[in-house]
Design a protein around this ligand. Sequence first.
Ligand SMILES: *[C@@H]1O[C@H](CO)[C@@H](O)[C@H](O)[C@H]1NC(C)=O
Ligand SMILES: *[C@@H]1O[C@H](CO)[C@@H](O)[C@H](O)[C@H]1NC(C)=O
Ligand SMILES: *[C@@H]1O[C@H](CO)[C@@H](O)[C@H](O)[C@H]1NC(C)=O
Ligand SMILES: *[C@@H]1O[C@H](CO)[C@@H](O)[C@H](O)[C@H]1NC(C)=O
Ligand SMILES: *[C@@H]1O[C@H](CO)[C@@H](O)[C@H](O)[C@H]1NC(C)=O
Length: 924
Amino acid sequence: MAACPWVLLLFIAAGVVLQARAQPDSKGFISIDCGLPGKTGYEDDNTKISYVPDAGFIDAGTNHNISAEYVTPSMGKHWYDVRSFDGTRNCYTLRSLVPGVKYIIRAMFKYGNYDGLDRPPVFDLYIGVNYWHTVNISGPGAAILQEAMVVVPDDFVQVCLVNTGTGTPFISSLDLRPLHRTHYPQVTAVQGLALTTRLNFGPTDDTLIVRYPDDPHDRIWYPMVDTTRWTEISTTQKVQSRDNDFFEAPSAVLQTAIRPQNASHNLEFTWSSEPTPMDPSPGYIVILHFAELQILPGNAVRQLNVVLNDKPWYTTGFTTEYLYDAVAYNTQPFQYSIRYNLYVEASANATLPPFINAMEVFSVFPTTNIGSDSQDVSAITAIRAKYHVRNNWMGDPCVPNAMAWDRLACSYAIGRRPRITSVNLSSSGLNGDISSSFANLKAVQYLDLSNNNLMGSIPDALSQLPLLTVLDLSGNQLSGSIPSGLLKRIQDGSLNVKYGNNQNLCTNGDACELHAKKNSKLALYIAVPAVLLVVIVLVTILIIRLLKRKNQGSMDNTITPQNETSTSHTTADDAGDDSSLRRLESRRFTYKELKIITNNFQRVLGQGGFGYVYSGILEDGTQVAVKKRSHSSKQGVKEFLAEAQILTRIHHMNLVSMIGYCMDGEYMALVYEYMSEGTLQEHIEGIAVGPCVGLEYLHKGCNPPLIHRDVKATNILLNAKLEARIADFGLSKAFNTNDPHVSTNTLVGTPGYVDPEYQATMKPTTKSDVYSFGVVLLELVTGKPAILREPEPINIIRWARQRLGQGNIEAVVDGRMRGDYDVNSVWKVADIALKCTAHSSIQRPTMTDVVVQLHECIELENGRAVGDCANMGFYTGSSNNDPNMSYDAYTTDQSSIISTNSIAFDTEHNLRREPTMPTGPAAR
Ligand SMILES: *[C@@H]1O[C@H](CO)[C@@H](O)[C@H](O)[C@H]1NC(C)=O
Ligand SMILES: *[C@@H]1O[C@H](CO)[C@@H](O)[C@H](O)[C@H]1NC(C)=O
Ligand SMILES: *[C@@H]1O[C@H](CO)[C@@H](O)[C@H](O)[C@H]1NC(C)=O
Ligand SMILES: *[C@@H]1O[C@H](CO)[C@@H](O)[C@H](O)[C@H]1NC(C)=O
Ligand SMILES: *[C@@H]1O[C@H](CO)[C@@H](O)[C@H](O)[C@H]1NC(C)=O
């Protein structure tokens, strides 16, 4: 078992992010036992996969146990219970996914007469807004599995059960498994694959299902044995996939094969096409695996032909290699009417019979329907949750049209995501205040919240809805006054606001002014301590910053703004205009408390121009860093203030956070979370994603976006769990194209990290941070500083580009990794780094793109066992060009077809499968 420190570190970083965002486990798996009551899950005895109850994924439906007569001791626990649903559409929401990544989605159904009606239902399944399959339960004891592979466009996916008037939908379990980007190239943004069958031929134990951990993607390979017609062949040797294999069948599957008992016969497989309500003639994808398991005598020839419906798939025949998987597959779906006949036969020159190791058959289904505007979806979802609206509020609010949510109206334009244009929640029993999410429905024209029990004030943000023409708030218990923005729109006639019948609403001018005055006084009370806070925050930040530089004086060569004076400002001046601090929720410490926390300022962590940073421990055991402002400090109060302001405005798990402050007489200090593992500089091999997500948050989650302007390895701190956070906001700027402050004639940043375009134009953009982050990534990969000194000074980007340009990844990777890394994931990170450091900012990705790509890299790694690192072959991207394998033989004919997609299997024998293909595979 190879150790993979580099990949492991990435795992740690990614794991942290995933945990914080909830659902998928460390492998990227989601495994739900639908209908399981309570909050605790369990580990499946056979697979050791952890199943969780479904309560966190859906808020509708009822739990039932299947009838005792259908329970057998050997069947998996997830079959014991089901969740059933009233209403037309009910959806499970699987969150924390990576947009653009391919996933396996697998739903299982065992009716088991749970409702005592003895009437198995028929209902439809959707993935998001796209029809997937019709589930037709053949009998009360039947166990049905449906599996699809799709590209998930958003960071969540919904799996919906739709009542078609033929019985109550129910479900037993639901799984999600990530795939590699390169896997199954037939799966695209507009096309999914629905599994018809996945067979492992000739296993020595014919009840044995191969899945996780043998298959790191947890595909389920069913045993297929027929000793009357086939002879089994097997090996105990490991069978390999080729480097650029798109399908990566596990060795456990490839180690066994079948050949016809009568050597002059063919291997023949047949199945029927099955029309769906959406597609009368679905296309099929067939994937065949052939790996030679025997050492052939010198003059023996094994050469195969594949024939589908009497047309040769390969005209020349192909040979196979000892212990290597050769895969035959089509990329354009085959489309025949009614029936498929597939032969594997020996070619004319062959002296040995044909054989086959494994086979997958899929039908294709379109995933071309697009869901509603994602901002609208998150807004209306938040509204649904806040007011507990049920009705039919499930799945996408507007799509499909026939299942659009009650009380909403949507606009549908070709090629655009539908928008919500009207919300009528009149007389819906709404309680509480008016949700701020209403102001995020940017396309809404009509908003009726009349005759509810809404309280609190009217959010002025509603006046910012550009298309809103009618706002009905009458008949509630709203208070306060009509906000000025709304008043303006009432006056200019662009908005009709109804607010009658709200007893506490102040519509009388004088009374309202009184109110306002009270409020501003209150604001003052809050503002004064806030001012002090700024100062403290300032101090701490600089201390931490200096602490970071403790061991590397030479790195401390920030280009200081030439025009900005670095003399100290009086605190009152600087803090005076800072309203953002009013919302600060930090704890205030007394000097005495700080003394206790730091054990009388005993342990110094570092020192900088602002004073010392001390180690401390809070009452609850939390380790903190206390940055104490020294009286003699003269340096950069302005920077300090800037960081203070920003830290109070932003909160994110990948940004260093402030715990509190001390403002006690002459003493000022800031208390930070303690990043025990020092700086990224000291752990250069590993952590990329955390800071990346942090930066993305600054760019996207903050409004206006923030540009950090000094991203570098020494500004990324690590805590004991190696969670990485961005620190030091002293040079940050809010980015707003209309903001004249952004373009200053002073260049800030650190040599080696500064965006050349920024250097040329003096205008920083969010892409300047992307550039700097690219440099950090290169430092991660190479273990070298941003500017290499030996043999002559050279910028790390040029240095890496020269070597990577020649395809020489080894020359770039940190020698300390000693080959214990996965070349392809390193390539990928290096590739992202080079894109980030493109000379022209237009060519650089956004921080969001980078987050997605790094996550992709990591999530995909998560799908594999860590111990298997040595075998983590990503694809090299070059095509195989094996002359013996001509892929994608022929064009489709467009005649109409039929098939059955259900894989039925018998839970009695540990998922042993029943024949899937109507006639069953047969040898001739
Ligand atoms: C299902 O059976 C378990 C025990 O086997 C029981 O605790 C649970 O209450 C049952 N659930 C329902 C919905 O009947
Ligand atoms: C379900 O399957 C049965 C048996 O194959 C068939 O007779 C029936 O028409 C199907 N029901 C629907 C609604 O498709
Ligand atoms: C094998 O099949 C061929 C052609 O179908 C037949 O002539 C021959 O008798 C078979 N051999 C055996 C041993 O069954
Ligand atoms: C079969 O053998 C003949 C004669 O050796 C050769 O010309 C032909 O190319 C071979 N066919 C294949 C498919 O290899
Ligand atoms: C809004 O809903 C209420 C109650 O359902 C109804 O009386 C009213 O006419 C609706 N408004 C519009 C514009 O449809």
